[in-house]
Design a protein. Structure first.
Length: 700
């Protein structure tokens, strides 16, 4: 199978404009780190590509297993099952515990079966494990009761079970028993059987729409580039357990949705991203990622992979207590945290923060617009904060999972938890919401953040009905590690009240922040300037100007005026705030004022030559001293897939990152002054374009 075409940007940064030369596989360039006058640094990265250091990092599955084998569930089990943990195993580490390792512990009476205990918490004094069936979880979280028969359903009834939608489960390694485990799970709990359907490596993509009347299970093996392989990955007991619980509980939540299990060749970030790339190619759906690893300053380079049309991406926040994990930290991924559930089988559920759930504040990712101060409990977020939402995750309030160990044909039952259990269930909820939106003539949710944060959480009555706010329990010793009223990092907005959540998501028109389009405005010194702010918004907005020259103002109608312009180039930030949902959007306008009697020109953005060529889209960067400043330089080229970009004039301390055809400039601690970045883009055909980007830093 041939690779999909990709565009490349080759970035050369030098003190003086020069031709690029040499090479280096890094994803971040700090100009002052090398003698730039004599050496150039080159980056060549694909769209969504990670640095070599990130690409070879390994993620871990985010599950915990209670240290006991359960009695087989009864066919019509109504009471919540409780079982005592044998005294010899009450101190076993539950993190990534498997049947195989439990057998070793039972045989050798070991006190700890997990060699990786540096960040794991043992089961400690817990002596009793409660384990819930699919019917009990549905009742606890207010999901529609499963029908007695799955034939003859109305369109709405089928949609309430996820009919016509696809859930992609992305995991590493291979589980050869996944279909048999799911069959046993379905048979025991009265869930519809899933027909096994093969997807050929040569299949035409995207896939045809999922069936609107029945479940299908397909297993494909992905490559790092997003292709399909005919070779199954190697078996791994931990990942096989992860795969089993992901598939079974995604199906338990959305029983008529199509499930496509994507198995990556290894747990490296690059291979797991390949699984997501393949999901994007397979077609619209919901991607569940029950794994996580360390975030770095460059993992955001992968964000473009989480941008497929009509795709939703969810990831576990981790199972080692307070902390931030990739990919859940991406602002384009719905981060799922965990709770400890108490439910008798009837009445209302009770939940607290699960002590091992992940969650915290990113060290690198900027605060997304949806995490605004209008969200109850959010306050002013320093950077992207996770979790976004939560679900039951404690293995001591676990959920049944059918597991067939390697070399055995016998089904064993375990009580499993972890944020990896919470994640596929939220994936199922989003799939159901999308199915109901089809019935209601609405478009798929895609990224659900705006709907959950803006349409729901900022509306007091709606928030209280849709989410259960988790206000007690802790997952660490930090000041922000406890459950709080409104948003908190351990459980996000809270856990779902299923019926109200689906009702809200199925009919709403998702509100978004106002969009301020970057533009270049030209004028002449002494000639009155007037223009309307280029803002698109769903509701009325209020306006503010930042970095405007003396005498420039903006009216309540968004009209910018300057009675007596002064020659020069100015970067002016326009901020528009939605008067209904409170969301804000900002954009930078480059105002170029030519001297009287001259012709006003601008290089931002450039236009392609008559025969095609590179186009540079960039806006002025305006900031305040010692406050992080960033800007983007977009490169496009209709005639070439390789473009060399040379940057000069960068102030000391400014760094650059490349993601696909976009360069992000970041300055952690700007110094007061006016600077000009010179950008020259030259494609493989020899065509070139030039742009000058003003960088203005004021004292305050």
């Amino acid at each position: 199978m041939s690779k999909l075409p990709r565009h490349h940007v080759v970035l050369c940064i030098a003190a003086l404009l020069s031709a690029c030369g040499g090479g280096s596989d890094t994803a971040s360039v700090t100009p002052q780190a090398a003698p730039l006058a004599t050496a150039a640094t080159i980056l060549q990265l694909d769209d969504g590509a990670l640095t070599p250091a990130d690409a070879t990092q390994f993620a871990q599955p985010s599950f915990h297993m209670a240290p006991l084998l359960l009695e087989a569930p009864a066919e019509a089990q109504t009471a919540v099952h409780t079982q005592t943990v044998p005294a010899a195993f009450r101190r076993l580490n539950t993190r990534r515990l498997t049947l195989e390792s439990l057998r070793v512990a039972q045989a050798n009476r070991l006190a700890n079966v997990d060699t990786d205990t540096s960040s794991a918490t043992p089961l400690a004094s817990t002596t009793t494990v409660a384990t819930y069936t699919p019917a009990q979880i549905r009742a606890a979280y207010g999901l529609p009761t499963l029908p007695g028969s799955y034939t003859g359903l109305s369109a709405t009834q089928a949609a309430q079970l996820g009919a016509g939608q696809t859930i992609y489960i992305v995991d590493a390694m291979h589980n050869p028993n996944v279909a048999a485990e799911l069959s046993a799970f379905n048979s025991k709990f009265g869930l519809p059987a899933c027909a096994t359907k093969t997807i050929a490596t040569t299949a035409s993509l995207p896939l045809a729409a999922a069936s609107a009347s029945g479940c299908e299970l397909s297993v494909v093996y992905s490559t790092a580039s997003g292709g399909m392989s005919a070779t199954a990955p190697a078996y791994d007991a931990g990942w096989a357990t992860e795969i089993a619980l992901d598939v079974q509980w995604a199906h338990a939540t959305a029983p008529l949705a199509r499930i496509v299990l994507i198995e990556a060749a290894s747990a490296s970030y690059d291979n797991l991203l390949g699984g997501v790339r393949l999901a994007n190619r397979l077609g619209a759906g919901v991607v569940s990622m029950s794994f996580g690893g360390s975030e770095t300053s460059t993992t955001s380079a992968a964000d473009s992979v989480f941008s497929g049309a009509n795709m939703t991406y969810l990831a576990a926040t981790g199972d080692s207590g307070a902390g931030v994990a990739w990919p859940s930290v991406s602002p384009k991924v719905l981060a799922v945290g965990g709770t400890t559930l108490s439910y008798s089988g009837a009445g209302a559920r009770s939940e607290v923060v699960w002590s091992n759930t992940g969650g915290g504040v990113s060290a690198y990712v900027a605060t997304p617009a949806y995490q605004s101060g209008a969200v109850p409990g959010m306050g002013t977020a320093a950077r992207r904060t996770v979790a976004d939402v939560a679900f039951n995750a404690d293995p001591s309030s676990g959920q049944y999972v059918a597991i067939i160990a390697a070399g055995s044909g016998t089904v064993k039952w375990s009580s499993v938890g972890g944020t990896s259990l919470a994640t596929p269930q939220w994936a199922g909820l989003i799939a159901i919401a999308n199915a109901l939106r089809v019935v209601n003539g609405k478009a798929a949710l895609a990224a659900p953040h705006a709907a959950l944060y803006t349409n729901i959480s900022t509306v007091a009555g709606t928030y209280a009905s849709v989410f259960k706010d988790i206000t007690s329990g802790r997952h660490g010793s930090c000041a922000a590690c406890g459950g709080e009223t409104g948003y908190d990092q351990a459980t996000g907005l809270g856990t779902p009240n299923g019926g109200a959540l689906l009702s809200a998501l199925s009919g709403l028109t998702v509100q978004a922040a106002p969009v301020v389009t970057a533009a270049t405005i030209s004028g002449k010194a002494g000639a009155a300037l007037s223009f309307t702010a280029p803002v698109t918004a769903s509701n009325a907005v209020t306006y503010a100007l930042t970095g405007a020259p003396s005498g420039m103002s903006i009216s309540g109608a968004g009209v910018v005026t300057w009675a007596t312009p002064v020659a020069g180039t100015y970067g002016v930030t326009i901020t528009a705030r939605d008067s209904v949902n409170g969301l804000s959007g900002s954009g930078i306008l480059t105002v170029v004022i030519a001297a009287a009697g001259s012709t006003s020109t601008s290089n931002t953005p450039t236009a392609p030559t008559a025969s095609g060529g590179p186009v540079i889209n960039a806006s002025a960067m305006v900031g305040v001293a010692n406050r992080a400043l960033s800007g983007t330089i977009g490169i496009s080229d209709a005639t070439s897939k390789s473009v060399a970009v040379s940057l000069s004039g960068a102030p000391l301390g400014m760094t650059f990152q490349v993601s696909g055809m976009q360069i992000t400039a970041t300055w952690a601690a700007p110094k007061v002054g006016n600077y000009t970045l010179k950008v020259v883009a030259t494609d493989s055909n020899g065509a070139s374009a030039t742009a000058s980007i003003p960088v203005t830093v004021s004292a305050r």
